[in-house]
Design a protein around this ligand. Structure first.
Ligand SMILES: Cc1ncc(COP(=O)(O)O)c(C=O)c1O
Length: 405
């Protein structure tokens, strides 16, 4: 079969693939524990359901404007004012099919062939593939000291004459690490100085732990005009546990938003109207959901980190936010693909290989599930890889006997 060069260069999303594998195994009655998930377990806020149902009950479900319904834009403007103290107009806002499409249309709107996009390692799996889809060249930047945070100097070194944009995601998927206030401030200044687009992916910035407050990138911009190249990305997906609705948005200068809307209008048209009304309900409704979710995740993080700390040889950095943890299993198995496959095969625990996030030897473990899943999942991993663990393990009434190590 003849496929385009582009199609051949794009990898399947490893996280979505893991979801499918877990679902297939579960359907076969396998006792799978899914620590690979990228979504909270909580239910959609009731205000979102009521708002969505209100539209569905009319039976009048039609196309929306390509850049989103005016009522949703109003809710996003209000959200931006409340959480970023930034006044924007409707022409600065585009609502998309998830943060994913908001980033994708932004990249399509700013990249010419071979333009480079710089982002720190570890990175969200989709950044390199999205940059390639838009014709650009991904430039991941690794911290030489092996930490999850490259220095501003390391980022600056990766910037060359082809660089068009930088993407920063804080707190970070997969590490859970929040970049420092100084780092964000310097990043904003660096991008302004070099006239680069800065895509701030704030998808997780309400899900922070240990009394951390979100960092507002607008505090550091000096260009408050319509030439600003800051692109702020947000979505209802994670903070309201509404991943299935597929609503995200971008805030950017008017010219760029118009270009993004043109692209989106030819790609998908505006997001589905029931989903937009659900997002309106969530944004305008009672906000207790976010704090409840955040507290649950903080507790889950504590449980996961405590369990991981009990592993000899596993290095874990305590996440500042998100629902991911990114421990280093190199001392057990440096090949993260092999390790993830082994854990799935032997003890039915789903994890995501660190290689997909640009860091070999690590696994991304999600603590978005139940405490039972977290504790049992880590126990199974420990049993599978710790040579000092007992020889047998029961998964329900199934007895596993270690025939490896
Ligand atoms: C860092 C980051 N940005 C964006 C997204 C996409 O979010 P959405 O589901 O709204 O498309 C994700 C989803 O996993 C993510 O982890």
């Amino acid at each position: 079969m003849s496929l385009s060069q582009l199609a051949r260069s794009i990898c399947e999303s490893p996280t979505l693939k893991m979801n499918e594998t877990a679902a297939l195994l579960r359907d076969r009655g396998e006792p799978v524990i899914h620590l690979g998930g990228g979504e909270p377990k909580s239910k959609t806020p009731i205000d979102a359901i009521v708002s969505c149902a209100g539209l569905l009950n009319t039976g009048d479900i039609k196309y929306a404007p390509a850049d989103g319904l005016p009522t949703l834009k109003k809710a996003i403007i209000r959200y931006t004012e409340e959480h970023y103290h930034k006044i924007v107009s409707a022409d600065n806002v585009i609502a998309s099919n998830g943060a994913k499409q908001a980033i994708m249309v932004a990249l399509h709107a700013i990249l010419d062939p071979k333009d480079e996009v710089v982002f720190p390692v570890p990175y969200w799996v989709s950044y390199p593939e999205m940059v390639k889809l838009a014709g650009g060249v991904p430039v991941p930047v690794r911290a030489e000291d092996g930490t999850f945070c490259p220095s501003i100097e390391e980022i600056a070194e990766a910037i060359g004459s082809y660089t068009k944009a930088v993407i920063i995601n804080s707190p970070n998927n997969p590490s859970g690490v929040m970049y420092s206030r100084d780092f964000i401030a310097e990043m904003v200044r660096l991008c302004e100085k070099k006239s680069l687009y800065l895509i701030m992916d704030d998808t997780y910035n309400r899900l922070l732990f240990d009394n951390r407050a979100p960092i507002n990138c607008y505090e550091y911009i000096t260009d408050h005009t319509e030439s600003s190249k800051l692109i702020l990305i947000n979505c209802v997906s994670k903070m309201y546990a509404m991943t299935g609705f597929r609503i995200g948005w971008a805030i950017a200068n008017k010219q760029l938003v118009r270009a993004m809307a043109n692209i989106q209008s030819q790609q998908t048209s505006g997001p589905a109207t029931p989903s937009q009304w659900a997002a309106i309900g969530a944004l305008n409704g009672v906000q207790a959901h976010i704090e409840n979710l955040r507290m649950t995740l903080e507790n889950n993080r504590n449980v996961m980190v405590d369990r991981l700390n009990a592993f000899d040889g596993v290095r874990v950095v305590k996440p500042d936010g998100t629902f991911y943890c990114f421990p280093d299993f190199t001392s057990y198995e440096p090949d993260s693909n092999k390790l993830a496959g082994f854990l799935l095969e032997k003890v039915r625990v789903v994890t995501v290989p660190g290689r997909d996030f640009g860091m070999e030897g690590h696994l991304r473990l999600s603590y978005s599930g139940t405490i039972k899943d977290i504790t049992e999942g880590i126990e199974r991993i420990k049993w599978a890889i710790d040579p000092n663990a007992p020889n047998e393990l029961y998964l329900g009434d199934r007895k596993l006997v270690r025939d490896w190590l």
